[in-house]
Structure formats: C-alpha cells, structure tokens
Write a protein that binds this ligand. Structure first.
Ligand code: G1P
Length: 309
C-alpha cells in the first residue's frame, strides 16, 4: 500500500530581488495578490489537496510569513470589541488553515538545497513541493491529480505546462513519451533552463512536485548546476534516467488556469486576472478595465514575456 501523502514543503527563502524596493523589509511571498498574500493561495491549495502539514523552508526577513499563519491577539481583540465578524474571520482563517512548520535554509544554495533541508521533517514518506511563484486556480485542480497519479504509479510526479518556445529558458524542460492516460507522460530527460533555441521540448516544469523520499539521497550528491546552485531538476533528471528502483518520473500535463507571480509583469497580469474573476470586485473592475483598455488604443507594445533578473 502506498503511504498516504500528508506533507507539503514550500521553499520561501528567496530574497525577492525582482520586487525591490517592496521586498527590502518584507518577504515577496507576502505581496498581496488582490487582497491576499501570494503564500496564502499556495497553502490553501495544499490544504485543499489534503496536505495539512506544511513545512516552509525560510530565511532571514521572513517573520511576517510566520506571523501571517499565527494568532494576531491585538488585532483580534480590536475586531471582537467592534463586533466585526467578517474581518475577524479573514484574520482567523489563515491561523487555522494548516499545521505550519519552519526550517531555515541557511546558505542560499538553490531549490535542490532548499528541498534537502526538509529531510528531517519529511522522513521516509512521499511529499509534495509547491513553489510560491505559481498560483493554480482552485477551479482547476492540479495537485490532487498529481497525488492520484503518484499513488497509482508510486513514482515521482511533476507538473508540466506547454509554454511558448520563447519562454523555455526560464524553466526546467522535459523530454517525454506518452502513457495510456491522456494527461500523464513518462519523463525520459530533464534539463534546467536550456539556452534559447536548445530546449528539447516546450513542456516546462511548473512549481508543483510530488517526490519520493529517495530524492534526499540523490540531492545529497547532486553537484551545483545552472547558476552554481543545487538544482532540483538535476536530481530529478538522475531519477528519470537512473536505475528503476527509483520508479522514474512522470509528468501531469496541466491545461488549467495558472497565474505566475514571479516577476513584476506576470504579477500585474495575475492580479488583473484574479480580480476580474472575483464576485465582489469583478463586475466593477471589469467595467473599468474595459474603458481603460479602450483608452490605451494602439499603445500596447509586444509582450516580451517577463524579466530575467
Ligand atoms: C524553478 C525550477 C525550474 C522550474 C521553475 C518553475 O526555477 O528550478 O525548473 O521550471 O521553478 O517555476 P525558478 O523559477 O525558481 O528560477
């Protein structure tokens, strides 16, 4: 019987330099996407998929994150005294959302290193990794499908998205072969952020992984790769192409709505998309947006698709 997965690991130690000066004293994960910090969407996604045990791999300057998932006594007392139940519920919601744990990454040696820091907490069970820059629309479940595939095949599972060929240098890119299931592929090779024009496909890893505990021993011997960092993609490449005891790597091809908050342009797009869809803000916002877009007329430049820095 495969072990039931209960743990999610969320690496949050990045410095968020793309968003300076906003991130000088505040973690990038606390930037609001409409009216909710980006990190809360990700924790909600984990919980909706049944993963209530969340480990955040943090760094310096991340106290606001810990406070967000903790009681806020003074604020609660003020709202109670005012009888403002609606706001009180918003404050309390993130407190009780998950059982959140923290470990510091220490040296910023890359995503693979951040995941390795989860070893003690995770133990010998499969677990999920969610990257905070990607928000998956909760109407298009991805993580629950990945958990289902992991349970059925008992392998490592990553989320894949078809991206424009001009974007492949920003992602881990997979070479795949089909399986009997329309949305599941077997991964035969992985490369981290291939130079423009050299990607083996346009299937990009987006920030969701369901890993088996063997990943830790592979990461322990993974040498620094792209950017001098220990890359999770390189460890997964070893599992995908290595001996069969590791079970290989499968990909779930996601065709739903995903919002990238990783750089300023994508972050703006995510806010506009999510706000337009909201029942409370959407009708007014959409009306305004249409007028605003008409006013822009032919001013739009070509979409350069995000930043590199
Ligand atoms: C990381 C991974 C990359 C993956 C991406 C998904 O890169 O290294 O393989 O495609 O997340 O968002 P990062 O965006 O942290 O540079």
């Amino acid at each position: 019987m495969p072990t039931k997965i209960t743990k999610a690991v969320i690496p949050v130690a990045g410095l968020g330099t793309r968003f300076l000066p906003a991130t000088k004293a505040m973690p990038k994960e606390m930037l609001p996407v409409v009216d909710k910090p980006a990190i809360q969407y990700v924790v909600e996604e984990a919980v909706e998929a049944g993963l209530h045990d969340v480990l955040m791999v943090t760094g310096r300057n991340k106290t606001a994150l810990e406070n967000h998932f903790d009681r806020a006594g003074e604020l609660e007392a003020v709202l109670v005294s005012k009888g403002d139940d609606e706001k009180l519920e918003k404050v309390n919601y993130s407190t009780g959302l998950a059982d959140v744990h923290y470990v510091r990454q220490g040296d910023p040696k890359g995503l693979g290193h951040a995941v390795l820091r989860a070893k003690m907490h995770v133990g010998h069970e499969p677990f999920a990794v969610l990257l905070g820059d990607d928000i998956i629309d909760n109407r298009d479940p991805l993580l629950s499908r990945m958990l289902e595939v992991q349970e059925a095949l008992n392998t490592t599972v990553v989320a894949l998205l078809e991206v424009d060929p001009s974007q492949t240098h920003l992602y881990g890119i997979a070479t795949v072969e089909p399986t009997d299931e329309e949305d599941v592929v077997r991964i035969t090779g992985l490369v981290e952020k291939p130079p423009a024009g050299e990607a083996p496909s346009n299937l990009a890893i987006i920030g969701r992984y369901v890993l088996r505990p063997e990943i830790f021993e592979v990461l322990e011997r993974t040498q620094p790769g792209k950017g001098g960092e220990i890359q999770l993609t390189d460890a997964l490449e070893e599992i995908a192409t290595g001996p069969t005891w590791t079970g290989g790597v499968h990909g779930v091809v996601f065709r739903g709505r995903r919002y990238d908050t990783g750089d300023r342009l994508d972050y703006l797009k995510a806010i506009v998309q999510l706000a337009s869809d909201r029942d409370d803000l959407g009708p007014d916002f959409r009306g305004w947006l249409q007028g605003f877009a008409q006013g822009l007329g032919g001013q739009a430049d070509d979409d350069q698709g995000g930043e590199d820095g």
